[in-house]
Structures are given as C-alpha cells and as structure tokens.
Design a protein around this ligand. Structure first.
Ligand SMILES: CC(C)(COP(=O)(O)OP(=O)(O)OC[C@H]1O[C@@H](n2cnc3c(N)ncnc32)[C@H](O)[C@@H]1OP(=O)(O)O)[C@@H](O)C(=O)NCCC(=O)NCCS
Length: 193
C-alpha cells in the first residue's frame, strides 16, 4: 500500500516536472481543409468574409491549443487581408502556427489557400494574425511555454510579432484615451450609447 502511494506521488510529481518550458514552432503547426458549400457563400457564390474569419479563428485556436495545452480565448484578430475571392466548390486550406509566445498570450499566424477542384490550381487568398490568451477551466489566465523559432522564416515571424504587439498596445491605449475623452465631453455617455 505504501509502495503504491509512493508510486502515485512520483507520477503526480513527474507530470508537473515534465510540463515543458518551451516548445518549437513546428509542434504548433495546424491545418484544416473545408469544401465551400452554398451555405458558406453570398449571393454571388463567393465565400462570406465572416465565414472565412470563423475558419481562421478555428485554425488559429488549434495552434494555440497545441502550444499551451490548456483552454484559450481569442483576444484579438488583426491585420486580415482578403486577397482574392473564394468560390463555391473550392477547397479551402488553412495553415496556422504560433509566431511568438509572451506571458499568457500567443500570436498566431494563419495563411489560407483556395484550390479550384477542376484545374487543381491553388491561390493564396487570405492571411491573418490573431492573439489567443491561455486560461484554465475557471477563466484564470495561465502562463504559456516560450516558443523556439528554428528556421529563418520562423525567426523573422518571431521578431515581427513583437513589433505587432507593441503596435497593438499603442493602438489599444489610443482608443482607450479616445473613449475616455468622448465620455468626459458627453456627460458620461459612451460612443455607442
Ligand atoms: C482576452 C482577455 C482574457 C484578456 O483579459 P484581461 O484581464 O484584459 O487581461 P490583461 O490586460 O491582463 O492581459 C492579459 C494578456 O492578454 C493580452 N491581451 C489582452 N487584451 C488584448 C488585446 N485586445 N489584443 C492583444 N492582446 C491582448 C495582454 O497583452 C496580456 O498578454 P501577456 O500576458 O502575454 O503579456 C479578456 O479580455 C477576455 O476574456 N476577453 C473575451 C475573450 C472572448 O470571449 N473571446 C471570444 C471568444 S473565444
């Protein structure tokens, strides 16, 4: 019985001890393929922007889950370029990976291609950056492992992610100040009230 208890506590300890402090970009890489059906399209038969954003959010979250191995929420989706329309019947492939991990947040990049099933030609149709925050099941923020960029492209994205974070923070502070100034001028009412 005592031996058994010791074995159990060893197991408990090792599961905490082996929690990685860093993971590679490659270990976060995720991919999803969807066929574009009538319900996904607008009146011209092109993929709806909101539907594309939904697919981007899901594929981005997969990379964030693989990096953090806990629950994640989308904190921001920024810099989304819709480069080409996607047509009914196309095969949409989305690829994601974590660009950089900070304290509790991760920036994920998602790239999207559309393949014409008749010709086999594939076009890059969209790219986006998202920020996910790791939380536990009670909503408390969780520290994430650091990210190890290995290839020159991964190192470039890693460096660029820090610049985008600084830009995001500056923008967020500017909007907050704007809201505050508006509320002051309008006796407490908010811009949308
Ligand atoms: C995202 C959220 C958890 C942040 O909580 P918060 O109390 O404002 O957190 P903080 O300001 O202390 O920031 C925590 C982290 O989130 C990041 N963050 C917060 N807001 C952000 C934003 N708008 N854009 C990018 N990063 C953001 C911070 O940079 C920080 O990262 P770090 O720990 O790596 O340095 C919270 O705003 C939230 O729950 N939002 C709703 C999420 C949601 O419902 N998403 C859609 C469905 S999944």
């Amino acid at each position: 019985m005592r031996e058994h208890a010791r074995e159990w506590s060893k197991h408990e300890m090792s599961s905490t001890e082996t929690k990685p402090i860093a993971r590679t970009v490659a270990s976060t890489q995720s991919e999803m393929t969807e066929i574009i059906l009538p319900n996904d399209t607008n009146t011209l038969g092109n993929l709806l922007g909101g539907r594309l954003m939904h697919f981007i959010d899901l594929t981005g979250a997969m990379a964030a889950y693989r990096h953090s191995r806990t629950h994640v929420v989308t904190a921001a989706m920024d810099h989304i370029d819709f480069i080409q329309p996607v047509h009914l019947g196309d095969l949409l492939t989305l690829k994601s990976s974590v660009n950089r991990a900070f304290s509790t947040s991760m920036e994920v990049g998602v790239k999207v291609w559309a393949e014409n099933t008749q010709t086999g030609s594939a076009l890059h149709v969209a790219s986006a950056y998202l920020v996910f925050v790791a939380i536990d099941k009670n909503g408390r923020r969780q520290t994430v492992p650091q990210l190890i960029p290995e290839t020159p492209n991964e190192m470039r994205r890693y460096a660029d992610a820090l610049l985008r974070r600084e830009h995001r923070e500056a923008e967020s502070a500017r909007r907050k100040q704007e809201r505050h100034a508006y509320t002051e001028q309008n006796n407490g009412s908010t811009p949308n009230s």
